[in-house]
Design a protein. Sequence first.
Length: 366
Amino acid sequence: MKENRKGHTRSYRHSRKTIAVSLVIISFLGWAIIALYNQWQHQPRNSTIGIISKTPLRQIEYGAQSTPLVMIQTKLDDQLLQRFLKEHLYSCQEDELNSYPGLDNRVKHPVYVYEGYYHSLLSSQTFYSKNPNPLIGTDFDKPPASDFTRAFFEAFRVVNKEVFDTLRQNLIDASAFDATGNEDVCYVLAQWIEKGRHFGDLSIQIHYGEGNKSKLTSGVAWHQDAENSLLHLAVTLRGERVLHSKRMQRRDIGKNNNLRPLGKQHELQLEEVFETQKPGNVYLSSSTLMNHAPQFFDTDYKSRVIAIHARILYTSAEVNHFRKVRTKQSWDKLTSILADTLAAADLSVPTLAQILDTRWHTDCKA
């Protein structure tokens, strides 16, 4: 022990020990910071990979029979839109439509409608499945869409894998299958997602000529989709149309806008919602669960509307089984899980670079 100038004593041994411990701690913290930085550098970014957020990103609304649903709206970037428009079907001359493979002519002058039914799976072979047009509804060998179109939808499934894996697991957890061995609608939808059938059924629609205002006002245009639209992804490539839908939004009572209505204080208001769809616009929702109608305006071929509607791919036997095992309890579970999961989903639209630089480009020959 030595005495300092103020008469206090100090242990040099104690000081050396303190310094040594401090150096060890600083060294450890330095290595920890470097390790965490390197780990962060290799993490996928939210801008390119779909994730599940810890907090809801959007409000849950209510459709027919007060069933919960979510409407997600986003856009293609301009580079990707322009690449889509290079595809022959989306850029051909009017007189070429009647010779395009798989495209049905439903023209009734002065309304011009062409619709083609294709699949978006990686395979370039036909896929036996149900025709999504309810006026037809039969199973047939569905041809593949163009290579690039299939590559886009496969890329969408891949970059949002975490979102749909989470949805599949939530459905499995809610299903009674593990406890009873009996399939229910939660289990069946989870299996469709497991097989990559979501957004696998494409309806490519081309509209021009006289608009449909009379059908919209008379109610003829209004409808709910079949079960394949529990997951419905719509992409507008040309023209302009308006999606009309009847949805209920809970008025803001309390801080959490995503709470289910609980009693009279949670009032729901039915509204007709108008959502303009322009080239590059994309929406994902559950059109099975809401009354809706498209509005088309008077157009010529140059200003025609082209939209791709991607839904769940299944056969008649598979959807009939889904309907057979449906109960009110399992249906309520399914629709609640679907809305809750999509409300928290940070979905991503793949970029052109992602499509061209990854395995689905090679597989689909985009």
